[in-house]
Design a binder for this molecule. Sequence first.
Ligand SMILES: *[C@@H]1O[C@H](CO)[C@@H](O)[C@H](O)[C@H]1NC(C)=O
Ligand SMILES: *[C@@H]1O[C@H](CO)[C@@H](O)[C@H](O)[C@H]1NC(C)=O
Ligand SMILES: *[C@@H]1O[C@H](CO)[C@@H](O)[C@H](O)[C@H]1NC(C)=O
Ligand SMILES: *[C@@H]1O[C@H](CO)[C@@H](O)[C@H](O)[C@H]1NC(C)=O
Ligand SMILES: *[C@@H]1O[C@H](CO)[C@@H](O)[C@H](O)[C@H]1NC(C)=O
Length: 179
Amino acid sequence: MRSGLKIVVILTILCLIILKPSGPVVFKLTNVICGSYNKTWVIINQCRLKAINRHRTVFNFNATLLHPTSNINVHYQMFQRANGYKPWLINSKIDGCRFLRKPYDALGIFMFNIYKNFTNVNHTCPLQGDLLVKNMYLTTDAMRLPLPTGDYLLAIHWIFYGKPQFATNVSFQFVEDIL
Ligand SMILES: *[C@@H]1O[C@H](CO)[C@@H](O)[C@H](O)[C@H]1NC(C)=O
Ligand SMILES: *[C@@H]1O[C@H](CO)[C@@H](O)[C@H](O)[C@H]1NC(C)=O
Ligand SMILES: *[C@@H]1O[C@H](CO)[C@@H](O)[C@H](O)[C@H]1NC(C)=O
Ligand SMILES: *[C@@H]1O[C@H](CO)[C@@H](O)[C@H](O)[C@H]1NC(C)=O
Ligand SMILES: *[C@@H]1O[C@H](CO)[C@@H](O)[C@H](O)[C@H]1NC(C)=O
């Protein structure tokens, strides 16, 4: 009887190990808020999420830069939404024009890899005219960060020549496989 129980326990553990899927179950966009701080330079024509199905929402962004810029500072902050817990936080800056010449900064590269199939910003500075992100979504195969389950906000300030011009705040949900 005891050894029978032991076998059941061992088999259960083996099953858990073998059946454990490697990817997260949910990784999706939940909200976007964009704002221009200087409408004589940046006009935000579209900043919207659209639900495709239960598991996927797509992000569409269209902004017009009325003047060229060759000096872009990307100030990004990541917050974890949590009650009573200390948020997990990233707070960093990237030189956008240097990045477009040659990507650097591990997190910047990670984020750009998620966007780059969906955007027309795939050339070096100066940036001018319409900046687009079309039908972008998150896929679990893009997910290589060991992120704890939770709701997150990636807040980005886009700074031209030292002055904030617009913001893109993107929230997403990540649910780790918890088997
Ligand atoms: C984006 O999020 C940051 C951090 O919460 C906030 O300070 C900023 O006002 C937000 N910007 C917009 C346009 O919602
Ligand atoms: C707003 O944009 C104009 C260009 O249209 C620029 O000359 C000016 O410096 C910008 N103002 C700020 C506060 O960035
Ligand atoms: C972006 O917005 C501008 C201004 O509304 C519009 O002329 C342009 O066609 C839009 N681009 C795309 C790809 O939707
Ligand atoms: C981007 O597109 C390439 C080629 O189509 C594909 O191999 C890659 O997985 C895509 N990346 C993302 C993050 O969707
Ligand atoms: C850049 O994006 C445009 C528009 O999405 C696309 O037509 C072009 O092939 C891309 N260029 C490179 C070098 O990826």
